[in-house]
Design a binder for this molecule. Structure first.
Ligand code: ZN
Ligand code: ZN
Length: 279
């Protein structure tokens, strides 16, 4: 049996959420939480090798200059779309997916060194430690308030809170809401200098492309309260951005900062009880 660097460590991936675990509990805590779900068929785990044997492959595509999407076919976990932001001071991998392979690792490294890996919140941890191992061991940043959700602790993990500039013009901050440590990544140079917000699940770019949602649980349809939605919106209004990318292929292409404010006002009015069955 080969015990080289890649194969010496065994870990398991939850087939529902795509998050790596160093042990296999009876049920994935992230999926058992009210914000997620365990399939009717029960908890299922996979190894990275099993997924590769099943034909999974990872892909890198360009979204706009210096911003790339990392996906897999079939979808790993809930099918999130990682973002890779490239800057003159190195790249940052955001919301890492729950699968990787050597070709996509080489494509990413060809764009420059990766200086940090960050998930917006625990649903998006993916195989973040494994990504770090393959990408030259950049630090994996985990929100201090959510660190108890970590399924695969590792020395490469560093906790953070508040605001953190990863490279000049690429800044993490924490509106909270969806999780206490829910983060966004602001990229000042994105959208031809008008600014980009990588929103995670903090706000969700809706299919109408004209509004965003504020939810504690997206799959189980549990809204954030008026007070928390206002707090999140007020945080985001402090940032300069024109385009907002969600953690799937969902995007608000233009005027996204104003969209966030209008959507917050609408959400707050509904959950506060301002409206009845008007139409
Ligand atoms: Zn899970
Ligand atoms: Zn989420």
């Amino acid at each position: 049996m080969r015990l080289d660097h890649d194969r010496a460590v065994t870990f398991w991936i939850c087939r529902t959420c795509g998050v790596e675990h160093s042990e296999r509990p009876d049920v994935c805590a992230i999926c058992a939480d009210e914000r997620q779900w365990v399939p009717a068929s029960g908890q299922a785990w996979a190894t990275l090798e099993e997924l590769a044997d099943e034909g999974y492959a990872a892909h890198l595509t360009t979204l706009e200059p210096d911003l790339y999407a990392v996906t897999s076919t079939p979808n790993a976990g809930i099918g999130q779309q990682s973002k890779l932001v490239r800057t003159p001071d190195g790249s940052v991998l955001w919301d890492p997916i729950g699968f990787l392979d050597e070709p996509v690792v080489q494509q990413i490294l060809a764009l420059g060194p990766v200086v940090a890996i960050v998930a917006s919140h625990p649903h998006m941890y993916g195989v973040q430690v494994e990504w770090s191992r393959r990408l030259g061991n950049p630090r994996v940043l985990v929100a201090e308030s959510d660190v108890h959700w970590l399924g695969r602790p590792d020395p490469v993990v560093e906790t953070w809170k508040g605001t953190l500039e990863l490279t000049p013009g690429l800044t993490l901050s924490q509106p909270g809401g969806h999780f206490p440590g829910s983060a966004v990544l602001h990229w000042a140079a994105g959208a031809e200098g008008r600014g980009v917000l990588l929103a995670g699940d903090t706000v969700f770019a809706n299919p109408d492309r004209r509004s965003v949602a504020f939810m504690r649980s997206y799959p189980n349809h549990l809204p954030l309260s008026a007070a928390v939605a206002e707090r999140v919106a007020a945080h985001l209004e402090e940032l300069a951005f024109d385009r907002l990318y969600g953690n799937f292929a969902n995007v608000i292409d233009r005027d996204a900062r104003a969209v966030v404010r209008r959507s917050a006002d609408r959400h707050i009015a509904w959950v506060r009880g301002d409206h009845d069955d008007l139409t």
